[in-house]
Write a protein that binds this ligand. Structure first.
Ligand code: UDP
Ligand code: MG
Length: 337
């Protein structure tokens, strides 16, 4: 049953992968904030197939607090899928939903500011990092470069330095449900949805305990994901490079003809031949690679697999559980014993 109060309801979605160390403290800080709010609040933890005691910790929190819902995926699907799973299961009577990392890099104390902005009428309020404490200059530089490239390539302007720390109104959340692509570049997806959006600058704290799940290889792939999901500009690169090469080749051809007419042809040119061949070969392979990136993604989309699979769902007490998903009806849905 939906709660009978007329107060607005907020659901906080928290994806967690191997966060057993930090969760108790995270939950303490989060509930301190939620208790002080003038709205009803619930928390939905999504265990993204953790291999440590995360699920036990989450179930312990759910047992101790009726507002806590717990969702367990059948394996590790990655943060984007975990987030989607959580957003899909948000109570039907929630007026707003907030997404926050479990590692305390996004301070829960900012939640009231998100809510204020939302009440001013914004549908999406996204946290925007001011400083990146505890991150190396290399990560900062690569991140800056990435946002610049995205800005340049993508038709949907993606605000720089935003993470997944954000609040969404009911209608923004409902709109989001329509985007079921398997290549889930969430920053872009959130931006694509549109509506009135506001930035909330904040300082991102260093991770509290445990280690970041991201490394440079993952970040590189993440960047590829972002670019290919929101732009087809790279596919055009081959066209322009080809055009340019043809122009240069034409000029070079004219020059060779002129040279041969004036000074004869003393058959030289092995180095230039080699250079041109290797250069063109490289360009062709690169163009094929770019096409391959898109083709591979098209292939994955065409399989139309589910974005994630649920294992167990413990809804918060007194909420209407959306239960499973159209493709999964046999998920355990009870409060933890
Ligand atoms: N996370 C997840 N599944 C994963 C990787 C990460 O649910 O496969 C969660 C993680 O528990 C944390 C959030 O996503 O709550 C952000 O992860 P992390 O701190 O590793 O990323 P970073 O802050 O370094 O970008
Ligand atoms: Mg983190």
């Amino acid at each position: 049953m939906p709660t009978m109060s007329t107060r607005q309801t907020l659901t906080v979605v928290v994806p967690a992968y191997n966060e057993a160390l930090v969760l108790p403290q995270f939950h303490a800080r989060l509930t301190a904030v939620l208790d002080a709010l003038d709205m009803d609040a619930g928390v939905l933890y999504v265990d993204d197939g953790s291999r440590d005691a995360t699920w036990q910790v989450i179930c312990g929190l759910a047992r101790g607090d009726a507002r806590v819902a717990a969702l367990k995926l059948s394996r590790n699907f990655g943060k984007e899928a975990a987030l989607t799973a959580g957003l899909d299961q948000v109570d039907v009577d929630a007026d707003a939903v907030l997404v926050i990392d479990a590692d305390l890099q996004d301070p829960p104390e900012l939640i009231p500011e998100f809510i204020d902005k939302w009440r001013e009428g914004f549908d999406v309020v996204y946290g925007q990092r001011l400083a990146r404490d505890g991150e190396t200059w290399l990560k900062r530089a690569t991140a800056a470069g990435f946002y610049r490239v995205m800005q340049w390539l993508s038709a949907t302007p993606i605000p720089p330095d935003t993470g997944d720390f954000r609040l969404m109104s009911r209608r923004a959340l409902d709109a989001l449900h329509g985007l079921r692509e398997r290549q889930r570049f969430m920053k872009g997806i959130f931006a694509w949805v549109g509506f009135q959006q506001a930035a909330l600058p904040y300082r991102r704290d260093p991770r509290h305990a445990g280690t970041s799940k991201f490394n440079y290889w993952k970040l590189w792939n993440f960047a590829l994901e972002g670019i290919t999901s929101f732009s087809t500009a790279p596919l055009r690169v081959a066209t322009y490079v080809g055009l340019l090469t043809a122009l240069v080749a034409f000029g070079f051809g004219l020059w060779i003809i002129a040279k041969t007419l004036m000074w004869g042809n003393p058959v030289a040119g092995y180095p230039s031949l080699m250079t041109v061949m290797l250069f063109l070969g490289g360009m062709q392979l690169m163009a094929l690679g770019i096409i391959g990136e898109y083709l591979g993604r098209l292939y994955m989309e065409s399989k139309a697999r589910p974005l994630y699979l649920l294992e167990t769902f413990h809804p918060a007490r007194g909420t209407v559980a959306r239960t499973a998903t159209p493709w999964q009806t046999a998920v355990t849905v009870t409060r933890p014993k």
